[in-house]
Design a protein around this ligand. Structure first.
Ligand code: COA
Length: 169
């Protein structure tokens, strides 16, 4: 009898916070993979605005709104490739917005391949509506009172409100 294995992908990021741009990539990756793990990973070059606990709460809410049987949420402080291997994933998903992303992702790709070439990376082009969004830009706009409700899910909006209130004190 033929044994079919679930095709699992990892979608790693700092997600500080998760945006509709990330969610678009997540939804599209669910067309190719049976299960996608949204992985809160560490970029040592970044200091996060939201705590890991807060970012996990936002990711869990997104998973709940989508398809929680096919979207898992987890966190890792180690190498994403090692995480992928130990969770039987076949690929790491990333989004590409513009040329600077290509250069950055090319570097990550090379690093990941150096660690273990058996884990593929799959890149989705950000769609036009989302290709200008970044987590930093959203935080900056929200802080200045710009309505970002079309750029992030509702729970993220409430977290952004809290940051705005604290920084105005
Ligand atoms: N929509 C919206 N925003 C997007 C986006 C999209 N489709 N694609 C990228 N971005 C933005 C993010 O909002 C983020 O913005 P910010 O810089 O203002 O915060 C930025 O692009 C990139 O962030 P993210 O996608 O979260 O990646 P990252 O660079 O913060 O993290 C890791 C990269 C965590 C995946 C990578 O460092 C990693 O795997 N680390 C674990 C350790 C490891 O394996 N290292 C070896 C690497 S070779």
């Amino acid at each position: 009898m033929e044994v079919t294995h679930k095709k699992i992908a990892i979608y790693p990021g700092t997600f500080d916070p998760i945006t509709n741009g990330h969610i678009d990539i997540l939804k599209r990756s669910l067309k190719l993979f049976d299960e996608v793990i949204l992985l809160l990973a560490v970029n040592p070059q970044k200091v996060a605005t939201f705590s890991a606990k807060e970012r996990m709460a936002m990711l869990n809410d997104v998973a709940k709104q989508l398809d929680s049987s096919r979207v898992r949420v987890d966190a890792s402080t180690g190498l994403t490739v090692e995480y992928a291997k130990s969770h039987h994933a076949i690929a790491i998903v990333r989004g590409l917005r513009a040329v600077p992303d290509f250069n950055y992702e090319h570097e990550i790709f090379a690093g990941n391949q150096f660690i273990d070439p058996s884990i593929e990376m799959v890149f989705f082009m950000a769609n036009h509506q989302h290709d200008f969004i970044s987590s930093s830009m959203i935080k900056q706009l929200a802080k200045q009172g710009v309505d970002v409700s079309t750029l992030v899910p509702p729970l993220v909006l409430t977290y952004l409100e809290k940051v705005k209130t604290t920084s105005n004190k």
